[in-house]
Write a protein that binds this ligand. Structure first.
Ligand code: HEC
Length: 129
């Protein structure tokens, strides 16, 4: 009898541990995407595509209209190959994109900080090549 009670308790403990592990896996993606998800209605942002925002996709959705899909410029100045020289400190470029300047709109209220960082990173690397 005593042995059966011990077995039951063991099974319950195993079940509880299993539920706990499942909850860890289920809860985690929600909390991470919840932190980086934009508050606006940004259709290009897909939390399913992994944790980090896609700088290239965000650039073509939000910046290419003025700066060109290849960064060659348009109504906004050329960015490709220029921004690293113009902004040796990436934080200064992040500030322009966040706050805006002249004809350049600020994106601080429509994009999450992680998204702006991803776009700036993209303009300083892939776009410039
Ligand atoms: C509505 C058009 C428009 C959009 C959209 C736009 N920009 Fe601009 N951007 C401009 C204009 C115009 C300037 C020049 C601002 C000035 O006169 O100082 C500029 C300037 C910049 C600069 C500074 C360039 C330099 O050499 O000083 C950066 C960096 C930049 N934009 C990045 C971006 C990024 C990244 C995005 C997308 C998140 C974006 N822009 C979206 C119009 C735009």
């Amino acid at each position: 009898m005593f042995k059966r009670i011990v077995t039951v308790i063991e099974v319950l403990a195993l079940l509880a541990a299993g539920v706990f592990v499942v909850m860890l896996f289920v809860a985690n993606p929600d909390s991470t995407t919840g932190a980086t998800a934009p508050s606006g209605n940004d259709a290009s942002y897909s939390p399913e595509g992994g944790g980090l925002p896609d700088g290239a996709a965000l650039y073509s959705a939000r910046c290419a209209g003025c700066h060109g899909s290849d960064g060659g410029g348009g109504s906004g100045p050329r960015l490709a190959g220029r921004v690293v020289e113009e902004f040796p400190d990436a934080a200064d470029e992040v500030a322009v994109v966040t706050k805006g300047r002249g004809g350049m709109p600020g994106f601080g209220s429509s994009l999450a900080e992680a998204e702006i960082l991803a776009i700036v990173e993209y303009t300083r690397t892939e776009l410039g090549r």
